[in-house]
Design a protein around this ligand. Sequence first.
Ligand code: GAR
Length: 192
Amino acid sequence: MRVAILASGSGSNAAALMIHFSNTEGIDVVLVGSNRSSAGVLEKANQAGVASLHFSREELVSGALLMKLKTLKVDWVLLAGFLLKIPKEFCRAFENKILNIHPSLLPKFGGEGMYGMNVHRAVFEAEEKESGMTIHYVNERYDEGAIVFQGRIDVSEFTSAEEIASEVLKLEHEYYPRVAREIILDSQRNIK
Ligand code: GAR
């Protein structure tokens, strides 16, 4: 299965995915794309020897990125801290073939504007007893696709949003590669 990763930030999850899949038979990361030319994730792709691409919002919206992925025969798209909304046509072209990771227990603390530290600050301010991460399918509405996995942690004793962020990120690195691998390899078995 040929995988593209889309990310907007430092790309620690993208790096975890690239490392994991470099040892996974049947999964090849063929492209890492980012809408931010300065995003650390592009450098991480270069270091891993994976092709990288900077694209504009316009290229995402117009379908140019979609065409590029189709040309590369991409089967699955993994979002790893990607902050733009995925257009309807893109979702249709990759129906049930796009996964996202979100740093809260959806449906709590999801939706537009809820990303990165905004999520952890909101969780901390709401005095939540637990938080965690959610892996879900992507549809055209932010954070509303079917949930496939959630990892939980007790945050009741945590004293800052930064502490929540750091522990949730560890969970993300631990589970996103493994869960994505199982789902992708399963989809291949179902085709055969
Ligand atoms: C991750 O915590 C991811 O869950 C979050 O952005 C961070 C990216 O970190 N995604 C969202 O908030 C999406 N709504 P990374 O660049 O180090 O992987």
